[in-house]
Design a protein around this ligand. Structure first.
Ligand SMILES: *[C@@H]1O[C@H](CO)[C@@H](O)[C@H](O)[C@H]1NC(C)=O
Ligand SMILES: *[C@@H]1O[C@H](CO)[C@@H](O)[C@H](O)[C@H]1NC(C)=O
Ligand SMILES: *[C@@H]1O[C@H](CO)[C@@H](O)[C@H](O)[C@H]1NC(C)=O
Ligand SMILES: *[C@@H]1O[C@H](CO)[C@@H](O)[C@H](O)[C@H]1NC(C)=O
Length: 367
């Protein structure tokens, strides 16, 4: 957990230019089958989403973030559309599981027809955490404030909420911010205390969403941070995951399990809290990718290597030359075969594999 960590974590906040080295849903037929043409109106399940770039589908600002730059969105919808991927992200797959359209980003709540809000709202902003990170986008507390305001405006009724589901994504921006703020000194020693405070705040947020009336809540366990390409690129050229960062992820998840069990114990309403195990889902998706490629010796690619990368270390996916506007990144020949899209985000293919791995726990949310 030394400097590697800091550079790597920087990448979560990848549009902060002060970072070193960083300049800068659903298969559609499935959705057609499940949603299109049927008007569930107020009776349909609603999905409310909170968190970061693993769940954001367009809230992050157009000027600041890569999610609105080419080549983001090339697989779906075919152009940059505010997702931090070549295509669909976690939110889209979970919406598809529920048989609904991906909920409208909060930012667009007023510019879309009210009927579009029937599937819920996505409050997630890329780069955010439970605490303030190094960007000014709304933290999770503020995202829940937005939700509460809409409830006070009676946009959704109590019975809407009874059948609603909340998805909470927390991928690690709080850790990134912590490592950056503490500077390049070994930040490892306070990690236990930091983890506890992050998880405690996360549980406060879960409880608040529950108290506002959402009975069914899925929250992500943190992914193996040591396997993110931003980390594996540094000393192992995408060969090996960092065990020390992965153990930080496991520690976070262990505390999260404990605290969620405690929360279940003290919750008196009939509620369901499900941890979506992104840690093992990522590992299994990576493993699958390896096996898949092992059978194809001609297309042997490294599953830890991202599809879209900067042409050199000062550039990242989406970078362009400021003068000429020329692209300063390369995209792999088949994004649909990659696990990772950029240095921190799975590709659509990666998310699909992660989704298959967490599907069984999603069933607990709908019973
Ligand atoms: C979230 O952001 C608000 C507004 O910036 C800030 O007042 C609040 O302290 C933050 N909450 C947490 C838990 O950091
Ligand atoms: C990656 O891990 C393997 C197996 O543990 C080890 O043999 C290899 O030396 C490591 N490679 C690098 C670049 O660290
Ligand atoms: C839940 O409550 C039971 C009974 O009070 C107690 O024995 C158990 O230790 C509690 N579990 C947690 C995780 O708090
Ligand atoms: C080899 O690649 C093709 C094309 O992507 C794929 O359909 C096939 O399943 C792969 N074969 C194995 C054994 O993984």
């Amino acid at each position: 957990m030394e400097q590697t960590t800091i550079v790597a974590f920087c990448l979560f906040l990848f549009y902060i230019t002060t970072c070193p080295q960083v300049h800068s849903a659903i298969s559609s037929d499935h959705r057609h089958r499940l949603g299109q043409g049927q008007h569930h109106h107020d009776r349909s399940v609603k999905l409310f989403v909170f968190g970061d770039s693993y769940a954001d589908t367009g809230n992050s600002g157009k000027v600041a973030t890569g999610s609105w730059k080419a080549p983001y969105g090339i697989t779906f919808p075919g152009k940059p559309a505010g997702r931090f991927s070549d295509g669909r992200v976690l939110t889209d797959y979970i919406a598809s599981f529920l048989g609904i359209r991906s909920p409208v980003p909060y930012k667009w709540r007023k510019s879309v027809k009210k009927s579009k809000l029937v599937n819920g709202i996505n409050f997630a902003y890329g780069g955010t955490g439970v605490f303030q990170t190094l960007i000014s986008a709304p933290n999770m507390t503020t995202q829940i404030d937005f939700f509460q305001q809409l409830l006070e405006e009676k946009l959704y009724t109590k019975s809407d909420l009874d059948s609603s589901i909340a998805l909470i994504s927390l991928a690690g921006n709080d850790y990134a911010a912590y490592f950056l703020k503490t500077g390049n000194q070994s930040p490892g020693k306070d990690l236990a205390a930091v983890t506890t405070s992050i998880v405690n705040q996360l549980v406060v947020n879960i409880k608040r969403i529950n108290d506002l009336g959402v009975r069914k809540i899925g929250v992500t366990a943190i992914e193996p941070m040591g396997c993110l390409p931003g980390v594996t690129s540094i000393f192992t050229s995408y060969q090996n995951c960092s065990e020390s960062l992965n153990s930080a992820s496991r520690f976070h998840n262990q505390i999260l399990h404990q605290k969620v069990e405690e929360l279940k114990n003290v919750t008196t309403t009939k509620s369901t809290f499900v941890i979506l195990d992104l840690y093992n889902a990522f590992l299994s998706a990576i493993q699958q990718q390896k096996l898949h490629q092992a059978g194809n010796s001609t297309t042997l690619e490294n599953p830890l290597k991202p599809c879209c990368v900067g042409v050199s270390s000062e550039y990242s996916c989406g970078s362009v030359d400021e003068r000429s506007g020329a692209a300063k990144y390369t995209v792999c020949s088949n994004p649909e075969r990659s696990m990772f899209w950029d240095k921190v985000h799975p590709s659509q293919n990666g998310w699909r594999a992660v989704y298959s791995a967490i599907k069984s726990s999603l069933h607990q949310l709908v019973i």
